[in-house]
Write a protein that binds this ligand. Structure first.
Ligand SMILES: [Zn+2]
Ligand SMILES: [Zn+2]
Length: 791
């Protein structure tokens, strides 16, 4: 006989062990069923699973279980994003080898993940720091290199002086441009680095039509890619006739360009600087180099700059305009040189006023008189108080005077359209598109990452490590402490390797890869984590891909979620993957805040530890509360009183299903009401699962439980409606609270194991309609009654 008391610890342990022993969640190719690849973002092995992991993963698990009960062959894998800086920083702090620290954490987190009772298929686990995994990260790097999508160049990079490494632009956060990991303001440093050509896919990455992703993510990515239309224009230096290329979104204001500004690092600065200005220019350059980009770009900062003594020639009117240098122009944006149109750009206006440079208006605001008539008030630069940004018509612009100017961007604006045509006809400029997106900087001067599989020979330059020598193994015996140099460079022998071309002594790349490279393709490694003949087994790919639903945090919108899309498209163009996108649908959970409504952090002391909650209440209760306490996509503050509601719900369910209730004599009306309520709930719960509305699923189930208590009091126990209600109830509960549902189903209702292999119940529409059904069902019963009544 089954245990009478609800002992969550015992029940949950029992079923977790049985499910695992029976391989209940093993997912293998089954052509007879539609597939469903449910993917939740893999954790970083920080050492402890926090409530945020539970919040991301357990509702995703419930959704995956729901799909499984709906007849899909569901793959729901799990793994670890095991390389990366935090492992190394923590290891440095504690004096443990990063590898030991990482794998110890993984062991601990595996146990914690198992306590969720999720349907992870552990046979498909992949760990990015395993040589059999990073062998393929290296292989992908080589494929990208061979297809011209990985290249090396010297470039100024964002450098964290605390972590002693390069950061990708995506890892530099906030107005003050600080390091994502440690908060230190970043500085610029020139280094030879490896890049991937993400910008090659900028336009395609802006096309979201093949995917169902949240609007917010699409907007964040669109802004991040930052496509702007305009023109590239060539100015000339007065001395030496050198080309100065600029990009402008407003070629229609070229006639109003009264000066140019170079970044202090622009290569032509030395060429244009006159001898009498040399000392001043050098001093300014030195001062700018000491500042971080934050300081240089701060909008509230007083504009500084110096005149180089040199001039450029404006190609539209051959006017001679002075060239200045100013630190607010950065080499890393555009071409490092801008044309300044103070009449129609706020920053240029401020600069011109401060340094008494000419301001020539070239757009006449709407409503002001036609300048060509010569009678009206012409806005004069001298009387302008602010830059004019609005529409109107072109003035002071020679051949284009009178062309209307509207608020549209690019060629949709008649003035820009006319200006581009004019530039192109004369060969001094052309239509151009500029992106904020930069190529992806891959090199990291750290130890704990996948080695970049490249070898440098004095004679043959850079060449990839031959396939049969992969993986390039990360050596264990290194001094991994951060010195600013790649730790692998300091290893006595590791970097020595024969040149793949001539066999002469050559040197390995000692930088390692950005870990976002490893996580760009983990969904592919899950398909066949033990496969040796390639990164994945094609048969598995053909069956499971693309990912049907991807769940995780929105904070990855402009990092991982762009990288993985780029990666897929690059692989597709190399013939390795298929289809336009890797993840068909994306849903983001919100954030669980502390009870004080602040972000959880150790320093605030408001961290909620899931292990403790599981010990106290059981995984089912924690799962239910996480789905109940807030809209999943919104999140909200934790409430330790609130979880009591979920505790009560589970206890009352236990009592309802385990108390012996003697069959009663309920009226037909009572039974019909119960049945109607059951099917109405089933309908809304089904819809809510489809739409990720987890909180209303739990509240519907709570309501239905109250109805069932009422019906039982009214004597419904023992009726077929009562039995049906119990079956449907447990099936609806199963995805949310898998352990108790299994216990009650198998042990108390004596139904076939496992509830997780049962089909999702069908809504009986007939039972579902409040009014019409009543008559309908009654009529039906009467007919049946007559037909079967032998009297
Ligand atoms: Zn840092
Ligand atoms: Zn060689």
């Amino acid at each position: 006989m089954a245990d009478k008391s609800y002992n969550h610890a015992k029940i949950e342990k029992k079923w977790q062990e049985k499910w695992e022993a029976d391989q209940l969640y093993r997912s293998v190719i089954d052509e007879s069923k539609p597939k469903f690849y449910a993917l939740t973002m893999l954790p970083y092995p920080s050492g402890d699973l926090h409530i945020g992991h539970w919040y991301a993963m357990t509702p995703s698990d419930a959704r995956a279980r729901f799909m499984r009960m709906n007849g899909y062959n569901v793959l729901f894998p799990m793994g670890f994003d095991a390389f990366g800086l935090p492992a190394e920083n923590a290891a440095v702090k504690r004096g443990i080898h990063p590898k030991e620290w990482t794998y110890r954490n993984i062991d601990r987190m595996r146990a914690q993940l198992r306590s969720m009772g999720a349907m992870f298929d552990w046979e498909r686990e992949a760990v990015s720091a395993d040589p059999e995994y990073y062998r393929w990260s290296e292989w992908f790097f080589i494929q990208l290199y061979k297809h011209g999508m990985a290249y090396r160049k010297m470039s100024p990079v964002d450098w964290c002086p605390n972590c002693n490494t390069t950061l990708a632009r995506e890892q530099v956060w906030g107005e003050d441009r600080h390091c994502e990991r440690c908060g230190t303001p970043v500085i610029k440093k020139d280094l030879d680095q490896w890049f991937f050509t993400t910008t090659q896919y900028a336009d395609e990455l802006l096309d979201f039509s093949p995917i169902d992703w949240p609007e917010r993510v699409k907007t964040l990515q669109t802004n991040w890619i930052g496509r702007s239309e305009g023109a590239s224009v060539i100015f000339k230096t007065e001395v030496g006739n050198h080309d100065i290329e600029i990009f402008t979104t407003r070629p229609d204001t070229l006639w109003g360009a009264t000066f140019m500004v170079f970044s202090p690092e622009h290569p032509l600065v030395d060429v244009v600087t006159s001898s009498d200005k040399k000392a001043e220019v050098e001093a300014y350059k030195a001062q700018a180099a000491r500042q971080t980009d934050i300081e240089r770009e701060a909008t509230d900062k007083e504009k500084t700059g110096v005149f180089t003594g040199g001039y450029a020639v404006n190609p539209v009117n051959n006017e001679r305009i002075p060239i200045w240098i100013a630190d607010y122009v950065l080499m890393s944006y555009g071409t490092g040189a801008i044309m300044a149109v103070p009449a129609h750009d706020e920053r240029d206006f401020e600069f011109a006023r401060k340094f008494e440079l000419p301001i020539i208006p070239v757009i006449q605001p709407e409503g002001e008189s036609d300048p060509s008539a010569g009678s009206g008030r012409r806005p004069d630069g001298a009387e302008m108080e602010v830059a004019y940004i609005g529409p109107g018509q072109m003035i002071n612009s020679g051949p284009l005077n009178g062309t209307p100017v509207n608020d549209e961007k690019g060629r949709k604006n008649p003035s820009i359209h006319a200006a581009i045509n004019w530039l192109e006809e004369r060969g001094v400029g052309k239509e151009a598109v500029n992106y904020r997106l930069r190529d992806w900087l891959i090199s990291r001067q750290r130890y704990w990452g996948a080695p970049i599989p490249m070898i440098y020979c004095m004679e043959h330059g850079w060449n990839p490590v031959p396939d049969d020598q992969l993986p390039v193994l990360l050596p264990d015996d290194v001094e991994w402490k951060p010195t600013g140099e790649s730790p692998l460079k300091l290893h006595p022998t590791w970097k020595n390797a024969p040149c793949p071309v001539c066999g002469q002594p050559a040197t390995r790349e000692t930088d390692t890869m950005d870990t976002f490279m490893c996580s760009s393709w983990y969904h592919l490694r899950y398909l066949s984590p033990d496969y040796h003949d390639g990164p994945f087994d094609e048969a598995e790919y053909n069956y499971w891909m693309p990912v049907d639903i991807y769940t995780g945090g929105i904070e990855h919108a402009t990092m991982h979620l762009i990288y993985t899309r780029f990666f897929h498209k690059a692989l597709r163009d190399m013939g390795i993957t298929e289809g336009p996108e890797p993840m068909a649908q994306l849903r983001n959970q919100g954030m669980v805040l502390g009870e004080d409504h602040e972000k959880m952090s150790k320093s605030r002391g408001n961290v909620i530890a899931p292990d403790e909650l599981v010990r106290l209440y059981g995984a089912d209760t924690v799962r239910a509360y996480l789905m109940f306490f807030a809209r999943w996509d919104m999140g909200g503050p934790w409430n330790s009183q609130g979880i009591e509601g979920s505790v009560r719900w589970i206890r009352r369910i236990w009592t309802l299903f385990t108390d012996p209730s003697t069959p009663g004599t309920a009226t037909d009306e009572t039974k019909r009401t119960l049945r109607r309520k059951v099917h109405q709930t089933l309908k809304s719960v089904t819809r809510d699962f489809e739409q990720f509305e987890f909180n209303t699923i739990i509240s519907s189930l709570m309501e239905l439980m109250n109805e069932m208590y009422k019906a039982r009091e009214a004597g419904a126990a023992g009726s077929k409606e009562w039995e049906e209600a119990k079956d449907i109830y447990l099936c609806m509960m199963a995805p949310v609270t898998p352990h108790i549902a299994e216990e009650l189903w198998t042990e108390h209702l004596d139904k076939p194991y496992s509830i997780h292999q049962q089909p999702w119940p069908q809504v009986a529409e007939a039972a579902n309609h409040e009014d019409s059904t009543k008559i309908h069902v009654t009529a039906n019963d009467n007919i049946r009654g007559k037909a079967t009544d032998p009297a």
